[in-house]
Design a protein around this ligand. Structure first.
Ligand SMILES: *[C@@H]1O[C@H](CO)[C@@H](O)[C@H](O)[C@H]1NC(C)=O
Ligand SMILES: *[C@@H]1O[C@H](CO)[C@@H](O)[C@H](O)[C@H]1NC(C)=O
Ligand SMILES: *[C@@H]1O[C@H](CO)[C@@H](O)[C@H](O)[C@H]1NC(C)=O
Length: 545
Protein backbone atom coordinates (compact mmCIF):
# COMPACT_ATOMS: atom_id res chain seq x y z
CA UNK A 1 0.00 0.00 0.00
CA UNK A 2 2.78 2.36 0.84
CA UNK A 3 4.47 1.78 -2.49
CA UNK A 4 1.16 2.11 -4.23
CA UNK A 5 0.60 5.56 -2.82
CA UNK A 6 4.04 6.77 -3.90
CA UNK A 7 3.14 5.70 -7.41
CA UNK A 8 5.32 4.75 -10.32
CA UNK A 9 6.57 8.27 -10.94
CA UNK A 10 7.69 8.44 -7.34
CA UNK A 11 9.45 5.10 -7.65
CA UNK A 12 11.16 6.16 -10.85
CA UNK A 13 12.30 9.38 -9.23
CA UNK A 14 13.61 7.45 -6.23
CA UNK A 15 15.37 5.04 -8.56
CA UNK A 16 16.90 7.88 -10.51
CA UNK A 17 18.09 9.44 -7.27
CA UNK A 18 19.73 6.35 -5.91
CA UNK A 19 21.29 5.05 -9.12
CA UNK A 20 22.07 8.36 -10.76
CA UNK A 21 23.94 10.10 -7.95
CA UNK A 22 27.57 10.64 -8.96
CA UNK A 23 28.86 10.22 -5.43
CA UNK A 24 27.03 7.95 -3.04
CA UNK A 25 28.24 9.83 0.06
CA UNK A 26 26.84 13.18 -0.99
CA UNK A 27 23.11 13.35 -0.64
CA UNK A 28 21.85 14.20 -4.11
CA UNK A 29 19.82 17.26 -4.92
CA UNK A 30 16.19 16.20 -4.93
CA UNK A 31 14.93 16.15 -8.51
CA UNK A 32 12.36 18.79 -9.31
CA UNK A 33 9.22 17.04 -8.17
CA UNK A 34 6.15 18.20 -9.98
CA UNK A 35 3.05 18.07 -7.86
CA UNK A 36 0.82 18.29 -10.86
CA UNK A 37 -1.35 15.23 -11.23
CA UNK A 38 -0.91 13.55 -14.62
CA UNK A 39 -3.69 13.44 -17.19
CA UNK A 40 -4.81 10.22 -18.87
CA UNK A 41 -5.99 9.75 -22.43
CA UNK A 42 -7.25 6.27 -23.28
CA UNK A 43 -7.97 5.21 -26.84
CA UNK A 44 -10.14 2.12 -26.64
CA UNK A 45 -10.97 0.34 -29.89
CA UNK A 46 -13.45 -2.51 -30.29
CA UNK A 47 -12.50 -6.11 -31.16
CA UNK A 48 -9.01 -5.20 -32.38
CA UNK A 49 -6.74 -8.22 -32.76
CA UNK A 50 -3.12 -8.42 -31.72
CA UNK A 51 -2.33 -11.70 -33.47
CA UNK A 52 -3.49 -10.92 -37.01
CA UNK A 53 -1.07 -7.97 -37.04
CA UNK A 54 -3.59 -5.13 -37.24
CA UNK A 55 -1.13 -2.79 -35.50
CA UNK A 56 1.26 -3.19 -38.44
CA UNK A 57 -1.24 -1.24 -40.51
CA UNK A 58 -1.37 1.75 -38.15
CA UNK A 59 1.70 3.93 -38.74
CA UNK A 60 0.57 6.61 -36.28
CA UNK A 61 0.05 4.09 -33.50
CA UNK A 62 3.59 2.96 -34.19
CA UNK A 63 4.99 6.49 -34.24
CA UNK A 64 3.09 7.87 -31.25
CA UNK A 65 2.69 4.78 -29.08
CA UNK A 66 4.98 1.86 -29.92
CA UNK A 67 8.04 4.06 -30.54
CA UNK A 68 7.26 6.41 -27.66
CA UNK A 69 6.09 3.94 -25.07
CA UNK A 70 5.97 0.41 -23.69
CA UNK A 71 4.01 -2.39 -25.37
CA UNK A 72 2.69 -5.17 -23.16
CA UNK A 73 2.63 -8.12 -25.52
CA UNK A 74 1.12 -10.55 -23.01
CA UNK A 75 -1.89 -8.43 -22.18
CA UNK A 76 -5.26 -10.18 -22.03
CA UNK A 77 -8.95 -9.81 -21.66
CA UNK A 78 -10.26 -12.48 -19.32
CA UNK A 79 -13.72 -12.62 -20.97
CA UNK A 80 -13.56 -12.19 -24.73
CA UNK A 81 -16.67 -10.10 -25.19
CA UNK A 82 -17.32 -6.38 -25.13
CA UNK A 83 -19.37 -5.93 -21.95
CA UNK A 84 -17.47 -8.19 -19.56
CA UNK A 85 -14.15 -6.86 -20.87
CA UNK A 86 -15.02 -3.21 -20.61
CA UNK A 87 -16.52 -3.57 -17.16
CA UNK A 88 -13.36 -5.35 -15.96
CA UNK A 89 -11.26 -2.56 -17.44
CA UNK A 90 -12.98 0.16 -15.41
CA UNK A 91 -13.64 -1.84 -12.24
CA UNK A 92 -10.43 -3.83 -11.90
CA UNK A 93 -12.44 -6.98 -11.26
CA UNK A 94 -12.72 -10.29 -13.03
CA UNK A 95 -16.10 -11.09 -14.57
CA UNK A 96 -17.00 -13.55 -11.81
CA UNK A 97 -16.96 -10.61 -9.40
CA UNK A 98 -18.84 -7.97 -11.38
CA UNK A 99 -21.04 -10.63 -13.03
CA UNK A 100 -21.66 -8.70 -16.25
CA UNK A 101 -21.05 -11.80 -18.33
CA UNK A 102 -22.87 -11.26 -21.59
CA UNK A 103 -23.54 -8.46 -24.04
CA UNK A 104 -27.29 -8.46 -23.81
CA UNK A 105 -30.01 -8.90 -21.22
CA UNK A 106 -30.44 -10.54 -18.78
CA UNK A 107 -26.82 -11.41 -17.96
CA UNK A 108 -25.06 -8.48 -19.58
CA UNK A 109 -25.33 -5.04 -21.21
CA UNK A 110 -25.78 -1.61 -19.68
CA UNK A 111 -28.94 -2.89 -18.02
CA UNK A 112 -26.97 -5.45 -15.98
CA UNK A 113 -24.29 -2.86 -15.20
CA UNK A 114 -26.89 -0.46 -13.81
CA UNK A 115 -28.81 -3.17 -11.99
CA UNK A 116 -25.63 -3.99 -10.07
CA UNK A 117 -24.93 -0.29 -9.29
CA UNK A 118 -21.45 -0.96 -10.58
CA UNK A 119 -20.77 2.76 -11.00
CA UNK A 120 -20.76 3.25 -7.21
CA UNK A 121 -17.14 2.17 -7.04
CA UNK A 122 -15.01 2.23 -10.17
CA UNK A 123 -12.07 4.05 -11.66
CA UNK A 124 -13.83 7.26 -12.77
CA UNK A 125 -15.28 7.71 -9.28
CA UNK A 126 -11.93 7.08 -7.59
CA UNK A 127 -10.27 9.62 -9.88
CA UNK A 128 -13.04 12.17 -9.45
CA UNK A 129 -12.69 11.97 -5.67
CA UNK A 130 -9.08 13.07 -6.16
CA UNK A 131 -9.92 16.10 -8.25
CA UNK A 132 -10.00 14.61 -11.74
CA UNK A 133 -12.57 15.54 -14.32
CA UNK A 134 -13.52 12.59 -16.53
CA UNK A 135 -14.70 12.59 -20.13
CA UNK A 136 -16.02 9.74 -22.26
CA UNK A 137 -16.69 9.89 -25.99
CA UNK A 138 -17.74 6.89 -28.08
CA UNK A 139 -18.86 3.35 -27.47
CA UNK A 140 -19.36 2.57 -23.80
CA UNK A 141 -21.07 -0.81 -23.51
CA UNK A 142 -23.94 -2.44 -25.36
CA UNK A 143 -27.46 -1.59 -24.43
CA UNK A 144 -27.12 2.18 -24.08
CA UNK A 145 -30.29 3.15 -25.91
CA UNK A 146 -32.77 5.98 -26.04
CA UNK A 147 -34.58 4.84 -22.88
CA UNK A 148 -31.44 4.21 -21.03
CA UNK A 149 -28.97 7.03 -21.45
CA UNK A 150 -28.62 8.12 -17.80
CA UNK A 151 -24.94 8.88 -17.35
CA UNK A 152 -23.17 6.57 -14.90
CA UNK A 153 -21.45 8.15 -11.91
CA UNK A 154 -17.95 9.53 -12.23
CA UNK A 155 -18.12 11.34 -15.57
CA UNK A 156 -18.22 15.11 -16.03
CA UNK A 157 -18.82 14.66 -19.73
CA UNK A 158 -20.41 11.36 -20.77
CA UNK A 159 -21.12 11.21 -24.48
CA UNK A 160 -21.72 7.59 -25.45
CA UNK A 161 -22.81 6.21 -28.78
CA UNK A 162 -26.42 5.15 -28.42
CA UNK A 163 -28.24 2.24 -30.02
CA UNK A 164 -29.06 1.86 -32.96
CA UNK A 165 -26.18 4.25 -33.74
CA UNK A 166 -23.38 2.28 -32.07
CA UNK A 167 -22.71 -0.19 -34.87
CA UNK A 168 -23.71 2.01 -37.80
CA UNK A 169 -20.52 3.57 -39.15
CA UNK A 170 -22.30 6.20 -41.20
CA UNK A 171 -25.08 7.21 -38.85
CA UNK A 172 -23.65 7.72 -35.36
CA UNK A 173 -26.10 8.65 -32.61
CA UNK A 174 -24.87 10.27 -29.39
CA UNK A 175 -26.40 11.46 -26.17
CA UNK A 176 -24.58 13.92 -23.92
CA UNK A 177 -24.91 13.36 -20.16
CA UNK A 178 -28.17 11.48 -20.58
CA UNK A 179 -29.68 14.23 -22.74
CA UNK A 180 -31.61 13.96 -26.02
CA UNK A 181 -30.30 11.86 -28.90
CA UNK A 182 -28.33 13.56 -31.61
CA UNK A 183 -27.90 11.68 -34.83
CA UNK A 184 -25.45 12.48 -37.62
CA UNK A 185 -26.57 10.69 -40.78
CA UNK A 186 -23.88 10.48 -43.41
CA UNK A 187 -21.04 11.40 -41.05
CA UNK A 188 -18.29 8.82 -40.57
CA UNK A 189 -18.35 7.76 -36.95
CA UNK A 190 -14.62 7.76 -36.20
CA UNK A 191 -14.14 11.20 -37.77
CA UNK A 192 -16.91 12.61 -35.62
CA UNK A 193 -15.38 11.05 -32.53
CA UNK A 194 -12.05 12.60 -33.52
CA UNK A 195 -13.63 16.06 -33.88
CA UNK A 196 -15.51 15.75 -30.61
CA UNK A 197 -12.29 14.64 -28.88
CA UNK A 198 -10.27 17.55 -30.23
CA UNK A 199 -12.97 19.98 -29.10
CA UNK A 200 -12.94 18.34 -25.68
CA UNK A 201 -9.19 18.81 -25.39
CA UNK A 202 -9.64 22.51 -26.25
CA UNK A 203 -12.19 22.79 -23.45
CA UNK A 204 -9.84 20.99 -21.03
CA UNK A 205 -7.01 23.35 -21.96
CA UNK A 206 -9.28 26.29 -21.09
CA UNK A 207 -10.06 24.69 -17.73
CA UNK A 208 -6.39 24.21 -17.03
CA UNK A 209 -5.89 27.97 -17.22
CA UNK A 210 -7.89 28.16 -13.98
CA UNK A 211 -5.80 25.58 -12.11
CA UNK A 212 -4.27 22.10 -12.25
CA UNK A 213 -7.51 20.32 -13.26
CA UNK A 214 -6.16 16.87 -14.20
CA UNK A 215 -8.37 14.86 -16.53
CA UNK A 216 -9.18 11.42 -17.87
CA UNK A 217 -10.33 11.44 -21.49
CA UNK A 218 -11.58 8.18 -23.01
CA UNK A 219 -11.99 7.99 -26.78
CA UNK A 220 -13.73 4.84 -27.94
CA UNK A 221 -14.47 4.39 -31.64
CA UNK A 222 -16.37 1.28 -32.73
CA UNK A 223 -13.90 0.20 -35.45
CA UNK A 224 -12.84 -2.45 -36.27
CA UNK A 225 -16.01 -4.05 -34.86
CA UNK A 226 -18.52 -5.38 -37.37
CA UNK A 227 -21.42 -3.28 -38.47
CA UNK A 228 -24.74 -4.68 -37.24
CA UNK A 229 -27.70 -4.54 -39.58
CA UNK A 230 -31.22 -3.80 -38.42
CA UNK A 231 -32.09 -7.53 -38.53
CA UNK A 232 -29.16 -8.30 -36.23
CA UNK A 233 -26.81 -9.65 -38.92
CA UNK A 234 -23.14 -8.86 -38.43
CA UNK A 235 -21.35 -7.57 -41.54
CA UNK A 236 -17.74 -6.38 -41.91
CA UNK A 237 -16.96 -2.85 -40.67
CA UNK A 238 -17.30 0.04 -43.11
CA UNK A 239 -14.19 2.15 -43.70
CA UNK A 240 -14.21 5.88 -44.41
CA UNK A 241 -14.59 6.53 -48.15
CA UNK A 242 -11.01 7.76 -48.42
CA UNK A 243 -9.70 4.41 -47.15
CA UNK A 244 -11.96 1.94 -48.91
CA UNK A 245 -9.51 1.00 -51.64
CA UNK A 246 -6.49 0.40 -49.42
CA UNK A 247 -4.64 -2.89 -48.93
CA UNK A 248 -6.20 -4.79 -51.86
CA UNK A 249 -3.80 -7.69 -51.34
CA UNK A 250 -3.94 -7.99 -47.56
CA UNK A 251 -5.18 -11.31 -46.23
CA UNK A 252 -5.37 -13.00 -42.87
CA UNK A 253 -1.88 -14.28 -41.94
CA UNK A 254 -1.73 -17.98 -42.87
CA UNK A 255 -0.39 -19.11 -39.52
CA UNK A 256 -0.50 -22.85 -38.83
CA UNK A 257 -3.79 -22.43 -36.95
CA UNK A 258 -5.52 -20.86 -39.99
CA UNK A 259 -8.17 -23.29 -41.23
CA UNK A 260 -6.01 -26.25 -40.25
CA UNK A 261 -6.54 -29.62 -41.92
CA UNK A 262 -5.98 -31.35 -38.59
CA UNK A 263 -6.71 -29.95 -35.17
CA UNK A 264 -7.27 -31.40 -31.76
CA UNK A 265 -9.58 -29.09 -29.81
CA UNK A 266 -12.61 -29.32 -27.54
CA UNK A 267 -15.83 -30.71 -28.95
CA UNK A 268 -17.62 -28.01 -30.86
CA UNK A 269 -14.46 -26.41 -32.25
CA UNK A 270 -12.90 -29.74 -33.22
CA UNK A 271 -16.04 -30.69 -35.09
CA UNK A 272 -16.19 -27.54 -37.22
CA UNK A 273 -15.92 -28.34 -40.93
CA UNK A 274 -13.00 -26.95 -42.92
CA UNK A 275 -13.77 -23.48 -44.23
CA UNK A 276 -14.60 -23.50 -47.93
CA UNK A 277 -12.62 -21.41 -50.44
CA UNK A 278 -15.62 -19.07 -50.65
CA UNK A 279 -15.64 -18.63 -46.87
CA UNK A 280 -11.91 -17.98 -46.88
CA UNK A 281 -12.47 -15.27 -49.49
CA UNK A 282 -15.12 -13.69 -47.26
CA UNK A 283 -12.74 -13.88 -44.33
CA UNK A 284 -9.98 -12.11 -46.26
CA UNK A 285 -12.43 -9.41 -47.35
CA UNK A 286 -13.54 -9.03 -43.75
CA UNK A 287 -9.90 -8.70 -42.74
CA UNK A 288 -9.28 -5.92 -45.28
CA UNK A 289 -12.38 -4.05 -44.12
CA UNK A 290 -11.11 -4.22 -40.55
CA UNK A 291 -7.71 -2.82 -41.55
CA UNK A 292 -9.35 -0.09 -43.64
CA UNK A 293 -11.74 0.85 -40.84
CA UNK A 294 -8.75 1.21 -38.51
CA UNK A 295 -7.19 3.89 -40.74
CA UNK A 296 -9.52 6.61 -39.47
CA UNK A 297 -8.68 5.46 -35.94
CA UNK A 298 -5.02 5.79 -36.79
CA UNK A 299 -5.59 9.34 -38.06
CA UNK A 300 -7.53 10.09 -34.88
CA UNK A 301 -4.49 8.98 -32.87
CA UNK A 302 -2.28 11.37 -34.82
CA UNK A 303 -4.68 14.31 -34.40
CA UNK A 304 -5.12 13.73 -30.68
CA UNK A 305 -1.41 13.40 -29.97
CA UNK A 306 -0.62 16.51 -32.03
CA UNK A 307 -3.32 18.46 -30.23
CA UNK A 308 -1.92 17.46 -26.84
CA UNK A 309 1.59 18.37 -28.00
CA UNK A 310 0.48 21.76 -29.32
CA UNK A 311 -0.91 22.51 -25.86
CA UNK A 312 2.19 21.34 -23.98
CA UNK A 313 0.23 18.52 -22.40
CA UNK A 314 2.30 15.55 -23.56
CA UNK A 315 4.88 15.84 -20.77
CA UNK A 316 2.28 15.31 -18.12
CA UNK A 317 -0.14 12.93 -19.82
CA UNK A 318 -0.22 9.17 -19.95
CA UNK A 319 -1.66 7.81 -23.17
CA UNK A 320 -2.97 4.29 -23.53
CA UNK A 321 -3.93 2.45 -26.71
CA UNK A 322 -5.90 -0.74 -26.20
CA UNK A 323 -9.08 -2.58 -27.16
CA UNK A 324 -11.78 -4.53 -25.36
CA UNK A 325 -11.12 -8.04 -26.72
CA UNK A 326 -9.46 -9.80 -29.62
CA UNK A 327 -10.91 -11.44 -32.71
CA UNK A 328 -10.58 -14.54 -34.84
CA UNK A 329 -10.99 -14.91 -38.58
CA UNK A 330 -10.44 -18.45 -39.79
CA UNK A 331 -8.17 -19.66 -36.98
CA UNK A 332 -9.15 -23.17 -35.85
CA UNK A 333 -11.79 -23.10 -38.62
CA UNK A 334 -13.74 -20.49 -36.66
CA UNK A 335 -15.37 -18.19 -39.19
CA UNK A 336 -15.46 -14.75 -37.54
CA UNK A 337 -15.92 -13.51 -33.99
CA UNK A 338 -14.57 -13.83 -30.49
CA UNK A 339 -15.78 -15.40 -27.21
CA UNK A 340 -13.53 -18.43 -27.25
CA UNK A 341 -10.41 -18.81 -25.10
CA UNK A 342 -8.11 -19.25 -28.11
CA UNK A 343 -5.18 -16.86 -28.04
CA UNK A 344 -6.58 -14.73 -30.90
CA UNK A 345 -9.62 -13.77 -28.87
CA UNK A 346 -7.92 -12.96 -25.58
CA UNK A 347 -4.42 -11.61 -26.29
CA UNK A 348 -4.85 -7.92 -27.18
CA UNK A 349 -2.82 -4.76 -27.78
CA UNK A 350 -1.93 -2.59 -24.80
CA UNK A 351 0.56 0.24 -25.23
CA UNK A 352 1.24 3.02 -22.76
CA UNK A 353 3.41 6.12 -23.00
CA UNK A 354 3.96 9.03 -20.65
CA UNK A 355 6.24 10.45 -18.00
CA UNK A 356 8.73 7.84 -16.77
CA UNK A 357 7.51 5.10 -19.15
CA UNK A 358 10.30 3.53 -21.20
CA UNK A 359 10.22 4.16 -24.96
CA UNK A 360 10.31 1.42 -27.61
CA UNK A 361 10.10 -1.11 -24.82
CA UNK A 362 8.38 -4.50 -24.98
CA UNK A 363 7.26 -6.07 -21.73
CA UNK A 364 6.18 -9.70 -21.53
CA UNK A 365 4.89 -9.98 -17.99
CA UNK A 366 1.27 -11.12 -18.20
CA UNK A 367 -1.46 -8.65 -17.39
CA UNK A 368 -5.19 -8.27 -17.89
CA UNK A 369 -7.80 -5.54 -18.13
CA UNK A 370 -8.29 -5.98 -14.39
CA UNK A 371 -4.75 -4.63 -13.93
CA UNK A 372 -5.71 -1.32 -15.49
CA UNK A 373 -7.25 0.61 -12.55
CA UNK A 374 -4.34 -0.12 -10.19
CA UNK A 375 -1.96 0.98 -12.94
CA UNK A 376 -3.74 4.30 -13.43
CA UNK A 377 -4.12 4.96 -9.71
CA UNK A 378 -0.43 4.25 -9.06
CA UNK A 379 0.60 6.57 -11.87
CA UNK A 380 -1.65 9.26 -10.44
CA UNK A 381 -0.27 8.70 -6.93
CA UNK A 382 -3.71 7.77 -5.60
CA UNK A 383 -4.15 5.03 -3.03
CA UNK A 384 -5.71 1.89 -4.46
CA UNK A 385 -9.05 0.70 -3.08
CA UNK A 386 -9.01 -2.75 -1.53
CA UNK A 387 -11.43 -4.48 -3.90
CA UNK A 388 -9.17 -4.67 -6.96
CA UNK A 389 -8.53 -8.16 -8.30
CA UNK A 390 -5.17 -7.32 -9.84
CA UNK A 391 -2.02 -5.31 -9.24
CA UNK A 392 -0.43 -2.70 -11.50
CA UNK A 393 1.25 -3.58 -14.79
CA UNK A 394 4.42 -2.18 -13.30
CA UNK A 395 4.39 -4.04 -9.98
CA UNK A 396 7.73 -5.76 -9.43
CA UNK A 397 6.01 -8.94 -8.25
CA UNK A 398 4.48 -9.93 -11.57
CA UNK A 399 1.24 -11.80 -12.01
CA UNK A 400 1.93 -15.39 -13.03
CA UNK A 401 -1.54 -16.74 -13.82
CA UNK A 402 -5.16 -15.79 -14.34
CA UNK A 403 -8.36 -17.47 -15.46
CA UNK A 404 -10.14 -16.63 -18.67
CA UNK A 405 -13.82 -17.27 -18.03
CA UNK A 406 -16.99 -17.44 -20.04
CA UNK A 407 -20.58 -18.47 -19.56
CA UNK A 408 -22.59 -18.26 -22.73
CA UNK A 409 -23.25 -19.65 -26.14
CA UNK A 410 -20.83 -18.60 -28.84
CA UNK A 411 -22.20 -16.98 -31.94
CA UNK A 412 -20.50 -16.53 -35.27
CA UNK A 413 -20.22 -13.04 -36.72
CA UNK A 414 -19.74 -11.84 -40.27
CA UNK A 415 -23.04 -12.60 -41.94
CA UNK A 416 -24.03 -15.74 -40.08
CA UNK A 417 -26.07 -16.16 -36.95
CA UNK A 418 -25.08 -19.73 -36.19
CA UNK A 419 -25.21 -20.37 -32.45
CA UNK A 420 -23.03 -22.95 -30.83
CA UNK A 421 -23.94 -24.27 -27.48
CA UNK A 422 -21.70 -25.25 -24.64
CA UNK A 423 -19.18 -22.45 -24.70
CA UNK A 424 -18.79 -22.07 -20.92
CA UNK A 425 -15.27 -22.65 -19.69
CA UNK A 426 -12.41 -21.70 -17.40
CA UNK A 427 -9.09 -21.34 -19.17
CA UNK A 428 -6.00 -20.79 -17.09
CA UNK A 429 -3.10 -18.90 -18.63
CA UNK A 430 0.19 -19.17 -16.76
CA UNK A 431 3.07 -17.11 -18.11
CA UNK A 432 6.49 -16.56 -16.57
CA UNK A 433 10.10 -16.42 -17.72
CA UNK A 434 10.13 -20.19 -17.91
CA UNK A 435 6.53 -21.19 -18.68
CA UNK A 436 3.83 -20.34 -21.15
CA UNK A 437 0.92 -22.66 -20.42
CA UNK A 438 -2.75 -22.92 -21.31
CA UNK A 439 -5.10 -25.24 -19.47
CA UNK A 440 -8.89 -25.26 -19.76
CA UNK A 441 -11.83 -26.98 -18.17
CA UNK A 442 -15.05 -26.89 -20.19
CA UNK A 443 -18.62 -27.23 -19.00
CA UNK A 444 -18.76 -30.40 -21.13
CA UNK A 445 -16.09 -31.87 -18.79
CA UNK A 446 -13.55 -31.73 -21.60
CA UNK A 447 -10.04 -30.43 -20.92
CA UNK A 448 -7.37 -28.84 -23.06
CA UNK A 449 -3.70 -28.37 -22.35
CA UNK A 450 -1.14 -26.64 -24.57
CA UNK A 451 2.43 -25.90 -23.69
CA UNK A 452 2.57 -22.71 -25.72
CA UNK A 453 6.34 -22.88 -26.01
CA UNK A 454 5.97 -26.20 -27.85
CA UNK A 455 2.60 -25.59 -29.53
CA UNK A 456 2.09 -21.81 -29.79
CA UNK A 457 -0.83 -22.24 -32.19
CA UNK A 458 -2.78 -24.54 -29.87
CA UNK A 459 -3.19 -27.26 -32.46
CA UNK A 460 -2.63 -30.43 -30.56
CA UNK A 461 -4.49 -30.89 -27.30
CA UNK A 462 -1.91 -32.50 -25.08
CA UNK A 463 -4.10 -33.03 -22.04
CA UNK A 464 -3.84 -36.81 -22.00
CA UNK A 465 -0.07 -36.85 -22.52
CA UNK A 466 0.73 -34.01 -20.11
CA UNK A 467 2.52 -34.56 -16.86
CA UNK A 468 -0.18 -35.38 -14.28
CA UNK A 469 1.81 -33.66 -11.56
CA UNK A 470 1.83 -30.43 -13.53
CA UNK A 471 -1.90 -30.69 -14.22
CA UNK A 472 -2.56 -31.20 -10.51
CA UNK A 473 -0.95 -27.81 -9.84
CA UNK A 474 -2.88 -26.14 -12.65
CA UNK A 475 -6.10 -27.67 -11.35
CA UNK A 476 -5.43 -26.14 -7.95
CA UNK A 477 -4.93 -22.72 -9.55
CA UNK A 478 -8.21 -23.00 -11.45
CA UNK A 479 -9.97 -23.85 -8.19
CA UNK A 480 -8.50 -20.83 -6.37
CA UNK A 481 -8.94 -18.38 -9.24
CA UNK A 482 -12.44 -19.39 -10.30
CA UNK A 483 -14.10 -17.36 -7.54
CA UNK A 484 -11.15 -15.38 -6.17
CA UNK A 485 -11.44 -11.83 -4.96
CA UNK A 486 -8.75 -9.22 -4.34
CA UNK A 487 -5.54 -10.53 -2.78
CA UNK A 488 -6.44 -14.15 -3.50
CA UNK A 489 -6.49 -13.41 -7.25
CA UNK A 490 -3.20 -11.52 -7.00
CA UNK A 491 -1.35 -14.17 -5.00
CA UNK A 492 -3.07 -17.54 -5.51
CA UNK A 493 -0.16 -19.62 -4.16
CA UNK A 494 -0.56 -17.96 -0.75
CA UNK A 495 -4.06 -19.38 -0.55
CA UNK A 496 -2.87 -22.88 -1.44
CA UNK A 497 0.22 -22.79 0.77
CA UNK A 498 -0.65 -20.82 3.88
CA UNK A 499 2.96 -20.93 5.09
CA UNK A 500 3.92 -18.49 2.31
CA UNK A 501 6.74 -20.72 1.08
CA UNK A 502 5.41 -21.17 -2.45
CA UNK A 503 5.51 -18.21 -4.83
CA UNK A 504 5.51 -19.75 -8.27
CA UNK A 505 4.66 -22.83 -10.27
CA UNK A 506 8.25 -23.99 -9.97
CA UNK A 507 8.10 -23.78 -6.17
CA UNK A 508 4.84 -25.72 -6.23
CA UNK A 509 6.29 -28.41 -8.49
CA UNK A 510 8.65 -29.54 -5.74
CA UNK A 511 8.09 -33.28 -5.35
CA UNK A 512 7.40 -32.87 -1.65
CA UNK A 513 3.99 -31.40 -2.61
CA UNK A 514 2.97 -34.19 -5.00
CA UNK A 515 0.72 -36.08 -2.61
CA UNK A 516 -0.95 -32.86 -1.45
CA UNK A 517 -1.80 -31.74 -4.99
CA UNK A 518 -2.87 -35.13 -6.19
CA UNK A 519 -5.41 -35.42 -3.36
CA UNK A 520 -7.04 -32.04 -4.00
CA UNK A 521 -10.57 -32.01 -5.43
CA UNK A 522 -10.69 -30.72 -9.01
CA UNK A 523 -12.70 -27.91 -10.51
CA UNK A 524 -15.74 -28.87 -12.57
CA UNK A 525 -18.95 -27.48 -13.97
CA UNK A 526 -22.05 -29.47 -13.08
CA UNK A 527 -23.71 -28.51 -16.35
CA UNK A 528 -23.48 -26.00 -19.18
CA UNK A 529 -25.25 -22.80 -18.14
CA UNK A 530 -25.25 -19.47 -19.94
CA UNK A 531 -24.66 -17.41 -16.80
CA UNK A 532 -22.51 -17.53 -13.71
CA UNK A 533 -24.29 -19.70 -11.17
CA UNK A 534 -21.92 -20.15 -8.24
CA UNK A 535 -23.53 -23.46 -7.33
CA UNK A 536 -22.91 -24.84 -10.81
CA UNK A 537 -19.14 -24.76 -10.65
CA UNK A 538 -16.30 -25.38 -8.26
CA UNK A 539 -14.53 -28.18 -6.45
CA UNK A 540 -17.16 -29.14 -3.93
CA UNK A 541 -16.50 -27.72 -0.51
CA UNK A 542 -13.76 -25.11 -0.75
CA UNK A 543 -10.52 -27.06 -0.21
CA UNK A 544 -8.45 -24.05 0.87
CA UNK A 545 -10.69 -22.30 3.40
C1 LIG B 1 -24.96 -13.46 -11.75
O1 LIG B 1 -26.08 -12.86 -12.35
C2 LIG B 1 -27.13 -13.77 -12.64
C3 LIG B 1 -28.22 -13.00 -13.35
O2 LIG B 1 -27.71 -12.44 -14.53
C4 LIG B 1 -27.63 -14.39 -11.36
O3 LIG B 1 -28.63 -15.34 -11.65
C5 LIG B 1 -26.47 -15.09 -10.67
O4 LIG B 1 -26.88 -15.61 -9.43
C6 LIG B 1 -25.33 -14.13 -10.45
N1 LIG B 1 -24.19 -14.90 -9.97
C7 LIG B 1 -23.60 -14.66 -8.81
C8 LIG B 1 -22.50 -15.57 -8.42
O5 LIG B 1 -23.94 -13.73 -8.10
C1 LIG C 1 -27.41 3.26 -40.78
O1 LIG C 1 -28.31 4.33 -40.73
C2 LIG C 1 -28.82 4.70 -42.00
C3 LIG C 1 -29.67 5.95 -41.82
O2 LIG C 1 -30.66 5.72 -40.86
C4 LIG C 1 -29.62 3.54 -42.58
O3 LIG C 1 -30.07 3.87 -43.87
C5 LIG C 1 -28.72 2.32 -42.66
O4 LIG C 1 -29.48 1.20 -43.08
C6 LIG C 1 -28.12 2.03 -41.30
N1 LIG C 1 -27.19 0.95 -41.39
C7 LIG C 1 -27.19 -0.04 -40.50
C8 LIG C 1 -26.10 -1.04 -40.65
O5 LIG C 1 -27.99 -0.12 -39.60
C1 LIG D 1 2.88 -33.47 -25.35
O1 LIG D 1 3.37 -33.89 -24.09
C2 LIG D 1 4.49 -34.75 -24.18
C3 LIG D 1 4.78 -35.24 -22.77
O2 LIG D 1 4.93 -34.18 -21.89
C4 LIG D 1 5.64 -33.98 -24.81
O3 LIG D 1 6.75 -34.83 -24.96
C5 LIG D 1 5.21 -33.44 -26.18
O4 LIG D 1 6.22 -32.60 -26.71
C6 LIG D 1 3.94 -32.65 -26.05
N1 LIG D 1 3.47 -32.27 -27.36
C7 LIG D 1 2.97 -31.08 -27.62
C8 LIG D 1 2.54 -30.81 -29.03
O5 LIG D 1 2.83 -30.22 -26.77
Amino acid sequence: MKLASIGLVGLLLLARQSFGAPNKCVSPQPPPVTHKKPNFVVILTDDQDQLMNSLDYQPYVKRHFIDEGTSFTKYYTTSAMCCPSRVSLWLGQFAHNHNVTDESRPHGSYYKFQAGNLDDSWLPVWLQEEGYSNHYIGKFINGVNKDNTVAPKGWDHFEPLVSPGIYNFTNPIFSLNGGPLESFPGVYQTDLIRDKSLARIDALVEKKKEGDNPFLLVISPTAPHDEIQEDGTFTPPVPADRHKHLFPDARVPRTPNFNPAVQDKVGWIRDLPLLSPLQVEEIDHHYRQRLRSLQATDELVDSVVKKLAANDLLDNTYLVYTTDNGYHLGQHRLFAGKQTPIENDINIPFIIRGPGIAKKQIKTNPATHSHFPATVLDLAGIKRPTNLDATSLFDPEHTESFNVEFWSNQFTEGGSKLKHKKNSYKALRLISQKHDLYYSVWCTHEHEFYDMKVDPYQLSNNHSAADRKLLDRLDALVVVLHDCKGEVCKFPWRTIHKDGQVHSLDDALDAKHDAFYSALPKFRFKSCKVYYDADNEGAGSSPFS
